[in-house]
Write a protein that binds this ligand. Structure first.
Ligand code: HEC
Length: 148
């Protein structure tokens, strides 16, 4: 009885080992034939949750990066150029030394404040509603540096 069981067990173990070796060879070949790119695709397919959260992280990172990376010239080109390049509604023109000298007679701080709060035809923050005070000031500096 014990002997019989032992030999049955041995056979089972041998068969298991043999099929494991055969299966191992087969799958080993398949693994080798996968390129690195294919392996990456498989990894992406079996990890959809990780992929989604990575996309979110990238979006957050790039939004933060662009917000902190823009300087006065960027803000001017995006928000101010439409009025201040052509003088829409009496806006002092970019590069007009006399017009800006006249504005500066009331003091730089007042000019900053008027740009931040708006004055007559000048909209609050020059329409850059997500600009900080310092960013509006940087855009004003950009105009002034190029208008003297
Ligand atoms: C919709 C048109 C418009 C846009 C956009 C605009 N401005 Fe103006 N801005 C004006 C006008 C008009 C005036 C003149 C207002 C007045 O004194 O009657 C003016 C005046 C100013 C002044 C002078 C303020 C003072 O004290 O005399 C500054 C500085 C200024 N703008 C900065 C900016 C900046 C910086 C931006 C972009 C962030 C910007 N503006 C965007 C129309 C605009």
């Amino acid at each position: 009885m014990n002997n019989f069981m032992n030999s049955r067990l041995k056979n089972l173990v041998l068969i298991t080992i043999a099929s494991a070796v055969l299966w191992g060879c087969g799958s080993g070949e398949k693994t080798v034939s996968l390129t690195a790119a294919q392996e990456k695709q498989v990894a992406e397919r079996i990890a959809p949750a990780g992929h989604v959260s990575m996309a979110g992280q990238v979006a957050v990172a790039s939004a933060g990066g662009s917000a902190s990376a823009r300087d006065g010239g960027d803000i001017y080109a995006t928000n101010c150029v439409a009025c201040h390049s052509s003088g829409v509604a009496g806006a002092p023109k970019f590069g007009d030394v006399d017009a800006w000298a006249a504005r500066l007679e009331k003091g730089l701080e007042t000019v900053y404040t008027n740009a931040i709060n708006g004055i007559r035809g000048m909209p609050m923050r020059g329409t850059c509603m997500d600009c900080s005070d310092d960013e509006v000031k940087a855009a004003v500096d950009h105009i002034l540096d190029n208008s003297k």
